[in-house]
Write a protein that binds this ligand. Structure first.
Ligand SMILES: Cc1ncc(COP(=O)(O)O)c(C=O)c1O
Length: 395
């Protein structure tokens, strides 16, 4: 990737506040929201163009996802990751959540255990019971070098024969990009203990400079036990348009996806399919610019935190635009989050939503402008108990 790529522009907060989506509508106007995983950048031009053209055609009927979506995803995966997807093995779904839940309904019997690794994207805690299964938590391992899958603990859990493991690859909220070696070890365990893996790869396109994404299905032996769910919705900011794809690479897993309720094909967003096809086929240059921009925001945030909030600790993410900040120095549970919101007027995701391991943490979304990050960290610093009074008025 070209380090000299120009940054993506971001509108000022007063313009962003006109957006009707959750990020900019949840909090009052005096709060800076760095919460839900939406980005503040303008849409990629090919995506905006596809949506504009659809409106001009009054093209707002039901989605016709096949074969366009499958071909677009296969083309993107081949050129970006060297991953050869058979378009016939792609099943379009409404969103990643729907894909994971429908898969778990078929892979687990009622009451079966399904393993997840907190701290993890909060809906994982809901998707498992929604599918009628029982949660079995195997937290990530954490040490001074960062977060990773706890393969020894996963083996102990897999030995009790859970039906499935929901992998977050890369892992939200810690931003970890699991290595090819770690994924190979995971696949080995899954094959030994006959545990299916559902790999949520929504953040795959958002791997930042310095790390390499390994799609799970490219790991030798994974195809028999694993199925992946991908989407353009995080990397191109299309979450409200509702389109994702389940990918399989073996007859066994294709048979599972082949048993989705027939009506699921009518529940996919038509605008989502059109935007996703545009993103995967023509959105590569914009994605490169996005990754270069996020790389710089990650560095900026690092500097701002060490300067203004040195009591917070973190491992800069290898993927995503999410920073998982240890604020334990400011108190347990969600005390830091409440302080930053109540006194600093900066909204962050409360760590406890990501599981008990999130006590004392917040998740900060840095897919925004340098100005907003600057302002947000200044307000967070001004909210601290011993902040000088003159800082308290930072807006
Ligand atoms: C790991 C992960 N999976 C799924 C989603 C949501 O995907 P969807 O809206 O397609 O269900 C998110 C959103 O941030 C996420 O971080």
């Amino acid at each position: 990737m070209d380090a000299d790529l120009p940054e993506l522009p971001v509108d000022p907060p007063e313009v962003l506040r006109k957006r009707r989506s959750a990020k900019w509508q949840t909090y009052p106007a005096d709060v800076l929201p760095l919460t839900v995983a939406e980005m503040d950048f303008a849409l990629a031009a090919p995506v905006a163009e596809a949506l504009r053209e659809a409106v001009e055609r009054s093209d707002a009927g039901y989605a016709m996802a096949v074969p366009g979506l499958a071909r677009a995803l296969a083309g993107f995966a081949a050129s970006r990751w060297g991953w050869d997807i058979d378009p016939a093995s792609v099943t379009p779904v409404t969103d990643v959540g729907v894909g994971v839940v429908e898969l778990l309904r078929l892979l687990a019997r009622p009451g079966d255990a399904v393993v997840i690794s907190p701290p993890v994207y909060p809906p994982f805690f809901d998707w498992v019971p929604e599918a009628g299964a029982r949660l079995l938590e195997v937290p990530l391992a954490h040490d001074a070098t960062g977060w990773r899958l706890d393969l020894a603990a996963l083996e102990t859990a897999f030995a009790t024969h859970p039906a499935a493991y929901v992998l977050c690859n890369p892992h939200n909220p810690v931003g970890r990009v699991h290595t090819a070696g770690e994924l190979a070890a995971l696949v080995r365990l899954a094959r030994i203990y006959q545990v299916s893996i559902v790999s949520d790869e929504i953040h795959g396109p958002l791997v930042l400079p310095g790390a390499t994404f390994t799609p799970l299905l490219t790991v030798p032996g994974a195809a028999e036990v694993a199925v992946s769910v991908l989407s353009a919705s995080k990397a191109w900011n299309l979450a409200g348009l509702k389109c994702a794809a389940v990918v399989t690479a073996s007859p066994r897993m294709a048979a599972v996806a082949g048993r989705f309720p027939p009506d699921t094909r009518w529940r996919i967003g038509h605008f989502g399919v059109m935007a996703t096809v545009a993103a995967f086929t023509a959105g590569g240059p914009w994605l490169d610019q996005l990754l270069a921009t996020l790389d710089r925001r990650r560095a900026l945030l690092s500097g701002l935190l060490s300067q203004r909030l040195p009591m917070l600790t973190w491992h800069p993410p290898e993927a995503t635009y999410l920073a998982w900040l240890n604020c334990a120095a400011l108190g347990p549970d969600d005390q830091a989050r409440e302080r930053f919101l109540g006194r600093g007027h900066v909204a962050l995701e409360p760590g406890l939503r990501f599981g008990a391991a999130g006590s004392g943490y917040v998740r900060l979304n840095f897919a925004t402008s340098s100005d907003i990050l600057d302002l947000a960290t200044a307000r967070m610093a001004a909210s601290l108990p011993d902040a000088p009074a003159s800082n308290a008025s930072v807006r």
